[in-house]
Design a protein around this ligand. Sequence first.
Ligand code: HEC
Ligand code: HEC
Ligand code: HEC
Ligand code: HEC
Ligand SMILES: [Zn+2]
Length: 454
Amino acid sequence: MKAHTLFTHVPNRWVFSCLLWVLIFVFALVLHGADPSHQEIIILAGGDAQGVLEPCGCSSGQLGGISRRDTLIDALSKQNPARTLLLDKGGFIREPGLQSTIKAEFLIRAYSQIGTRILGLAPGDLFQGASRVLAMSKDQQVEILCSNIQVAGRQNNFRKFTTRTLGKEPQNLTVGLTAVIGKNAIPELGVQDSLSIEDPVLALRPVIEKLKPRVNILITLVHDGEDEARRIAREIPQIDLIFFGHDADSPTFRPIREGSTRLISSGTMGRHLAVTRIKFDANKKIEGITLDLKPLDAKLNKSTRMESLLQEYQDRLSDLQLLERRSPPPHPNGSYSGSQACQSCHQSAFSAWKKSAHSHAYQILTRENHARDPECAPCHSTGFHYAGGFLSPEKTPHLLHVGCESCHGPGQSHVDSPRLYPMKPVAERTCRTCHNSTQTPHFQFKAFFERIKH
Ligand code: HEC
Ligand code: HEC
Ligand code: HEC
Ligand code: HEC
Ligand SMILES: [Zn+2]
């Protein structure tokens, strides 16, 4: 029997009642979704950018950067803007210095534009003094939380806690937020007279006690590793959720349990975003916490506003002439002559070098808009760290790119009298000063040397 004959034999009445049941079922599903007994909030948490505004691009597959972060957060928070909360555990500064401070300023501006207005604090963020970071946060209208570090005698201080209410009454949910620098990370603060530093547990206890009755969920940002996050969870079980991490590479792929507290890390260098969904029951009690860890990869489009921020950052580096302003120490083996000076006596080595990627390594920086960036030049030029080495494209054009002397060392005296000043052999470790695990994860001396042999 053919299918259509079967169908024509079914009474209309029967088809109709089937349809009705389907409708009722769909309607029930929709109702269930709007059911006040099943509420959800979404926390988008990243952090520990360590001053990374964008991945360097030296090898493929690198994750992170404010541009992708903006694109991802924009897409995710659109789904339920009234119930999405954006957090970051802090860590804007990786090392002391003017460029780091400028990057921190741009990172905080980026977070503010993206809408992440609640930030934690890392020890390194205070390298240029706490007042500097506090001033930046005030300018950009972001709150920096830290319950256990206070700047003595300052009114505009790190906030010990904050709250946010998501959704409208009667379906509203209040989130309580605190943050600490963990016990293991505190020594990285160094001796800073103007700071009063407390043990994280001792500092948190009174704050949490005050906060707990007023909120539906308590979240603490712990700038430290898993051990310290677990200790804090054991000592203060009232905390529902901890976002932790500090210089730890690996993020958590699902929430870790410590008693009734859940622990989550988005890892380091802003490579991932932790998308945490928290379900509440009819009494607004936490029902479940799930984590979806999203990598910030090249599939995410660039964000126009972040790209213009990055442009402004490069302009600032250029205006301040950070490249030229350095005064590095002299090299014990003398000064640099540039690769051209070697050609006359080492024609075959010169030709081989000319064909290799080293001979035009600075071009990529120009193309990628990093030509005046002191963070990129060291490995894409010759003698960056020494007096008489690369200073800037204009001042030392003969030392652009990875020249002979990047590997063989400064050669001026050898050029003047080769026999009196022989060049030393090149060791594998010289390659590794530039081909390190970030820039060239798959570096292998033999195979790589084969490609530049001369
Ligand atoms: C520690 C040294 C080091 C630093 C710092 C560095 N690079 Fe590189 N870069 C390298 C090395 C080594 C390679 C070659 C990697 C390979 O091919 O295995 C490379 C390759 C690249 C490439 C790919 C080149 C190509 O032809 O595909 C780009 C783009 C790049 N770097 C950009 C940058 C930028 C931008 C910065 C600064 C933000 C930077 N680099 C900082 C060492 C460095
Ligand atoms: C005026 C000619 C001259 C110039 C210019 C010159 N070299 Fe040499 N180089 C020599 C001679 C000659 C030797 C062999 C020395 C010896 O065997 O004692 C040599 C040896 C070397 C060696 C060691 C090779 C070996 O077999 O041990 C290296 C490496 C080297 N030169 C690199 C350079 C580099 C890099 C430059 C440019 C900065 C340069 N040379 C410029 C003449 C020159
Ligand atoms: C990326 C690093 C690197 C660069 C750039 C480089 N070399 Fe070398 N060079 C080496 C290594 C490694 C060796 C082999 C080990 C050794 O003898 O030190 C070598 C060997 C040599 C030798 C000895 C060859 C032999 O037959 O023994 C000379 C001469 C030399 N290089 C000259 C140059 C000159 C001239 C340039 C620039 C035009 C240059 N190199 C650029 C790494 C480099
Ligand atoms: C001063 C930093 C520096 C040193 C030292 C250095 N390199 Fe490089 N190397 C680079 C950069 C930067 C590039 C990427 C250039 C580009 O693609 O524009 C590169 C590219 C290469 C490439 C080409 C990679 C590719 O994908 O085509 C090889 C091979 C290589 N280096 C081998 C070596 C070896 C072997 C040594 C040591 C003997 C060495 N390099 C030392 C900076 C360095
Ligand atoms: Zn950190």
